[in-house]
Design a protein around this ligand. Sequence first.
Ligand code: GSH
Length: 215
Amino acid sequence: MQLFWTPASPFTRKVVVAAKELGLWENIEIAPTTWPLEWGYATVSFTAGLAEANPVARIPTLITDDGVGLGCSTLICQHLNGQVVGGEVIPSGAAQWPMWSLYAVADGLLEAQVAMRAEMLRPAAVRSEDYLQKQRDRIDRCFDHMEGRSEELAVADGALPNLAQITAGIACGYQDWREWLTDFRPGRANLSSWYEGFRLRPAMRASEPKDTPEV
Ligand SMILES: N[C@@H](CCC(=O)N[C@@H](CS)C(=O)NCC(=O)O)C(=O)O
């Protein structure tokens, strides 16, 4: 498998954490991507092979061992989970639906964070404060929701974290990393104390975000 990757992308981090938790990381060849800062609002030159594997030209994109291009972190995690007998990152049966429900909130939070990042890359004179505030409001609602469901964030003894828990942890980590995002902790004691433990998992520590190379 080949993964188009950068250390800054929270969607890519989701795949990295899931692969490490499932014990599949060594089976993945990393294809580092570079992104001129204009990526937020303009078409840029893509890293060789990315747009061919996935015309949406976003990361993460995985080329499977069968040569299939998967250009979406959720699909990639499903593909990885399916390679492990009894893969636990995505539960089966009825238990999957509460997980997917919480996952969609955490993933929507990531989308809002990345939308803000793209807007922040625009020249200040044309940046829309209304658009940024809309994303901040969505981020606040999603963190509040996660606070209310913090019992579901606890990783069961001896189990792997599920994809909702992984995505929630990455959303907290991205919020801490970008200086223009506010602290998610005030008023959210349960989420805060959960994250203090979750962020120490080896897969989370090994994938802490760093700036993407521009060239
Ligand atoms: N829903 C997609 C979102 C992927 C995404 O937005 N990736 C960002 C990086 S975090 C990207 O590649 N942006 C480049 C662009 O939009 O041109 C997923 O889950 O994989």
